[in-house]
Design a protein around this ligand. Sequence first.
Ligand code: ARG
Length: 463
Amino acid sequence: MKLWSGRFEKNTAAMVDEINASIGFDFRMYKQDIEGSLAHSEMLAKQGIIRQEDKEKIHAGLLEILEDIKAGRLSFSQDVEDVHMAIEGELTKRIGEAGKRLHTARSRNDQVALDLRLYLKQEIKEIKELILELMETVLQLAEDGKTAVMPAYTHLQRAQPTSFAHYMMAYANMLKRDYTRLEDCLERMDECPLGSGALTATTYPIDRRFAADLLGFERITQNSLDGVSDRDFVIELLSCLSVLMMHLSRFSEEIILWCSWEFKFIELDDAYSTGSSIMPQKKNPDIAELVRGKTGRVYGDLVSMLTVMKALPLAYNKDMQEDKEPVFDAVDTVKKCLPVFSAMLHTMRILPENMRSAAGRGFINATDCADYLVKKGLAFRDAYTVVGKLVNHCISEGKTLETLEISEYKKMSDAFESDIYEAISLEQCVEARNVSGGPGEQSLRAQMDFIAAFIEEKSKEIG
Ligand code: ARG
């Protein structure tokens, strides 16, 4: 029998139970549901809404149920509908009368809004930790690849020389923003909706702040209609996770390119790559491909939720039960991707000689060659034209800027002197970019120190 069966004369059809039940996916919030009920009943007793002894029975019963679930001694079938009714029903089965008093001044609408916030707050904390671990791996890679010169690309065409470390620090900065985006999301999520009731709060003299304190919320929601119908916190989290996955997918794409024979800038560890069932020579970057692929899945979760919420009238509508599967899927996916991506990076080998030799082709020091002429007094546009002609000359002669004779340089401009070779050496090109943000040693050190300090500060905060 349903907890709400009072006004009904028939049982629900089996098909209705099938579509209506959320226990199959909301059961994972049992801890939060119990935590919420402990706080709610504590508050009810403090306010004299239920008796102290009933509260004690409720607490003992709820804690026993929690233990039984954790130990795998208790499970529920679909006809209990959802986690909230499953636990409340079980409580009453165990402690009788007192159990029936738990739901005073509460609705499943504020209950589910509470449970989901509690659940996601914990998940965000775990995801933040995983991001910090990944940042640490990326920083270590930068440390290992400090002197590795590699080409940087625009339009996937070799553009200018940089270092592998500089490249890694670009990703470290993206991850830092992903981290702080989650902090912002958490900050806004940190409001307790309990006490909103079904939609217009309650006539009982409840103490919302007291329950919120017990549950560790920074604030309470300010409007009961909003408290039960807001799911922006879900959408905001999904969008943070989508951006994070977008970054991981770009990183994945680079890994996939870099471990191809065309690049060979890195070699993935055997434990983090896979083979082919037919081609014996193959070593595939499946992890990076899966992370890239799962990005689509997380975007899908975001779009699902935006679509579910679109145009819903206030306040609670059953459509909103559809919030859980996408957000759980996204959270699970991200939690699966981050550690394996981190481990894949941690174990891969970087191949600086290959990076250096790729940097040696493609005239990626042409900008520096033009800058050399500017330092000798030419206007940049004139210098640009001279070097363009030089590159053209090199292409037809099968030469590089490094192997061009000084006499050939001088034919194009007599501003060239023998110090040109030093000015266009790739190591020098990287080193000379010491403005902040650049790959030069000092600038890079500052970037790395900044990220290291961020990781340290946030690790301490998380504790
Ligand atoms: N299982 C429901 C959900 O996830 C709980 C809230 C039900 N409220 C209601 N009025 N039927 O949204």
